[in-house]
Design a protein around this ligand. Sequence first.
Ligand code: ADP
Length: 287
Amino acid sequence: VSDRRMQDGCYVGLYVDVTELSHAKAAAEAASEAKTNFMGVLSHELRTPLTVILGVARIAKNPRLLKSSKTMLAAIEDGNTDPADIKIMMEEMFDQFSNLMDRTIQSGDHLLYLINEMLDIAKIESGSLTVESAAHNIATIVDPVAIQLKTLSQKKGLSFEVVRDTGQVYADKVRTQQILFNLVGNAIKFTESGHVKLKVTANQDNVLFEVSDSGPGIGQSDIESIFDVFFQVDSSATRKAGGTGMGLAISRNLAELQGGSLTVESTAGVGSSFTLSLPSAKPRVPS
Ligand code: ADP
């Protein structure tokens, strides 16, 4: 903006640099667009597990299923049916039931995970997200996560390697496990073939949790944006894998609240490597 006017025979020039202002406006517009896009993505992500839960409930309530259990009851009561046949019928029914319940639990867990992520984002925005750090053995934090995610990677036919130092980290156990679930979960989710690796090394000051994969990688233009809330790389890999774009924003916040950091190195078409750095638990000097 330039403004020129006469004052006592002189020209006074007023120049206001609005570059920052227009950057702020562009950032606000981008954030608002990301939020609108997020509402669509979230609705889809919430609807999928809910559809499964309702579908399972409808199958369980199906009159044919109820009728077959009544037939079985009658067969037990009349005493004429071979107990071996009744056993087979019951086993089949239990299997069916257990399968349906597994799908319900999985979908319910996924819904709970999404809702907890939304609560975390709300806490980040209001500045009320907190952590409770203490000294923990690295194994206590890493091993349960590794066991659970190994099954997931095996289902996808990926090799999953865990290499870890012994030692202690000063961290919030549950929140650090949440970060690792996000990082390793993403690595498995986006990698179609090859490997996922979790390597934990401890030095005097820090414990480094490095999660690497042979997935699609992330282009240089997107690399820092992936830590922005609701950001998802616009690629077929992202669309296929699903998700909401909340995980990494939460993970970076949690890492920083614990006095650490979360960084990424990635090459498109080769793979990605995320590094979570947290403080080592210093050995206490006996008093
Ligand atoms: P979500 O996975 O729910 O979409 P995140 O915040 O965890 O949300 O990740 C944000 C985006 O970063 C993802 O949508 C994806 O585009 C990209 N991304 C994260 N991890 C990886 C990875 N290991 N390989 C490739 N892209 C990734």
